[in-house]
Ligand binder design. Structure first.
Ligand code: NAD
Length: 263
């Protein structure tokens, strides 16, 4: 795969989970990375570990809440000041919210999920795309979910926002393809990250491992996904090896979203 030397990529939600896995993969390929997260302590720790393992990559960290429009403008401007341009954008930060049936869902939590998962992704594209247009090239990967192509019990806010991410990705592909900007969304199934560990705690607080095992048993591969597996897909989509894939919502779920009825 083409390397990322002199390529600048912004990653949101970079302190842990899928964001950190993508940061690691791109750091190993020598990228200039802007790592964005609102958890400053975890972000600093992640950056220090990456820098000691991959000293050839360059790093800028920006503490920002992606639901804050000014903070998004700031991470975009800081990236251009530091590295001169933006080649790739992994628009990943998101939260699950709390699990509850739709009519019992806490309304403030619903709004928070919309602010982060929908508005945060939109602000990111709004301010990154003009920078990519200047160079007539760019690659954007937004993070939807299997919850962006299917319903998921008790997760109405998450599902609504992830469908929105899938839709915005298709629109960005239509509107900015002429500028050489390819935009896709990925739709991960259950990947072993801190977010998913928290979800299994909500399903079975006494025995989260039992909830995980039960979930994995329904997957055709009989296991959860690994963050490193998602990072390989994202790295391809962000690279110049991807010349013509745009406007797609790509499931990475071991085939689980194709199940209908018993399997
Ligand atoms: N792990 C999965 O199975 C899975 C499946 C489908 C989709 N996703 C999506 O992938 C993305 C990453 O998920 P993950 O599993 O790595 O989650 P995670 O909770 O393990 O990590 C998310 C990171 O994003 C940061 N973050 C959250 N809200 C933020 C905000 N408002 N501003 C800045 N940073 C913020 C957190 O601090 C954390 O470092 C999310 O959008 C999630 O919905 C994950």
């Amino acid at each position: 795969m083409s390397d990322f030397k002199n390529k600048t990529v912004i990653i949101t939600g970079a302190a842990m989970g899928l964001g950190l896995a993508v940061a690691e993969e791109l750091a190993s390929k020598g990228a200039n990375l802007t790592l964005v997260d609102y958890n400053e302590e975890a972000l600093t720790k992640a950056k220090n570990e990456l820098a000691s393992k991959y000293p050839d990559a360059k790093y800028l960290t920006v503490t920002a809440d992606v639901s804050n429009e000014e903070a998004v403008k700031n991470y975009v401007n800081a990236t251009v000041s530091e590295f001169g341009k933006i080649d790739g954008f992994y628009n990943n930060a998101g939260i699950e919210g709390r699990q509850a049936p739709m009519t019992e869902y806490d309304i403030n939590m619903f709004k928070k999920v919309v602010d982060i998962n929908l508005m945060g992704v939109y602000y990111g594209m709004r301010y990154v795309i003009p920078e990519m247009q200047k160079n007539k090239t760019g690659r954007i990967v937004n993070v939807a979910s299997v919850g962006g192509i299917r319903g998921v019990l008790n997760q109405s806010a998450y599902v609504a926002t992830k469908h929105a991410v899938a839709g915005m990705s298709k629109n960005a592909a239509l509107e900015y393809g002429r500028d050489g900007i390819l935009t896709n969304a990925i739709a991960p199934g259950a990947i072993k990250t801190p977010m998913v560990a928290e979800a299994f705690k909500q399903v079975n607080p006494e025995n989260p491992q039992a909830a995980e095992d039960e979930y994995a048993s329904r997957n055709p591969t009989k296991r959860l996904g690994k963050p490193s597996e998602v990072a390989k897909l994202v790295t391809f989509l962000l690279s110049e090896d991807n010349g013509y894939v745009s406007g797609q919502v790509i499931a990475i779920d071991g085939g689980e979203s194709n199940i209908y009825g018993n399997s």
